[in-house]
Design a protein around this ligand. Structure first.
Ligand code: TXA
Ligand code: MG
Length: 334
């Protein structure tokens, strides 16, 4: 199969291109699309064969359910039931945006989408391209991150192409995504709601609307989001986390790996880290977490392209977006 990369404006998407993408989805094909978080791998959420193909194409474990992307809040009530007042206020406050709500699902949602759970995850992306696509198709579209399962999530069309070339019909390219980490997944069937996955919307902003929430640290592991149990975001190189600002710790690690003749990469953001002994790849990311998150997955992929054996990554402070970033880095480090 030839994978077509189609450039599309994120301000005013050309309707002919949207129609072309919708036709691919109507015939059961797969279209990768941009969102504000990461690129998604789209299929018609009500077409079981197409959804099956999403799992096959990504190599995704069948017990890991998918997010259904919608364009208007009304569609939440078509897919979900018993939607609580809390869920409604979160949707009103943050949609479109990097928030996924887990609600009790209706029969219309194929069980392959929910991996057999009685809940369904739903979100409205803050990006015109997928919303126009959904409106044109008139159905929700499933959208896992458009990477091979286990790899860092794609934040550019090129990342998608690198993972899925020849396996999907089309990639809609609207440039790099702005947030760079996935949506925050919140289970609103529990009281208080539970953050199942930290992401682009911070806990602090959620709590401003609904008061204190739980996180997976507060509940039994069984109820956790299935996706958080699998190894994720893996680079070919081993990832070793360094404490923030810990230059001595970093030097020590470097010496050990250099003694082992390993090729080292370093990703840091504190100015002090500027020194790097020995050959290797060094990348400085912005200190500001909003900009950092937009670049971290691309940095990990770049390190892999440089064929390093070990990537030393300086940790970031764990508040706000730092929660999501450290979650991804920890899972990447296995
Ligand atoms: O930002 C995002 O959310 C991106 C873009 C493309 O929208 N999508 C994304 O999808 O990250 P994916 O499939 O890579 O991650 C979906 C997460 C997984 O951790 C999955 O286990 C969880 O959502 N999830 C989906 N349905 C669920 C459900 N019914 N109950 C609990 N967790 C669920
Ligand atoms: Mg993913």
């Amino acid at each position: 199969m030839k994978t077509e990369i189609v450039t599309i404006s994120s301000a005013q998407p050309d309707h002919k291109l949207i129609e072309q993408a919708a036709n691919v989805l109507r015939s059961g094909g797969l279209v990768a699309f941009p969102t504000e978080t990461v690129y998604g791998l789209g299929a018609d959420a009500l077409n079981e064969d197409a959804v099956q193909n999403v799992f096959r194409t990504k190599g995704r474990p069948p017990d890991n359910p998918l997010i259904v992307h919608i364009a208007e809040t009304d569609q939440l009530f078509e897919l979900g039931q018993k939607v609580s007042a809390t869920a409604r206020s979160l949707a009103e406050a943050f949609w479109p945006g990097p928030l996924t709500l887990v609600v009790v699902s209706r029969n219309i949602v194929p069980s392959i989408v929910t991996a057999g759970l009685n809940t369904v995850a739903v979100r409205i992306p803050n990006h015109v391209v997928p919303r126009e696509l959904i409106r044109t198709l008139r159905h929700g579209i499933v959208g896992p991150s458009a990477n091979l399962s286990g790899r860092p999530s794609p934040t550019t069309a090129q990342h998608v192409f690198d993972d899925l070339n020849g396996k999907i019909e089309m990639i809609l390219d609207a440039g790099p995504t702005t947030i760079g980490v996935e949506s925050t997944v919140v289970d609103v069937t529990s009281h208080p709601p539970t953050i199942l996955r930290f992401g682009g919307l911070t806990r602090e902003r959620i709590e401003e609307i609904v008061g204190r929430v739980f996180t997976t640290e507060d509940i039994e592991s069984l109820k956790r989001s299935p996706g958080t149990r699998h190894r994720h975001y893996a680079t070919k190189a081993r990832i070793v986390l360094i404490r923030e600002n810990d230059i001595d710790g970093c030097r020590k690690q470097m010496r050990t790996f250099l003694d082992d003749r390993k090729k080292i990469g370093l990703i840091y953001h504190s100015d002090e880290f500027g020194v790097h002994e020995g050959g290797g790849a060094v990348m400085k990311l912005p200190f500001h977490l909003e900009e950092y998150s937009a670049q971290i997955f691309a940095a990990l992929r770049k390190m892999d392209a440089l064929n390093v054996d070990v990537i030393l990554v300086e940790s970031v402070a764990e508040s706000g977006l730092g929660k999501a970033i450290m979650d991804r880095l920890r899972r990447a480090s296995g």
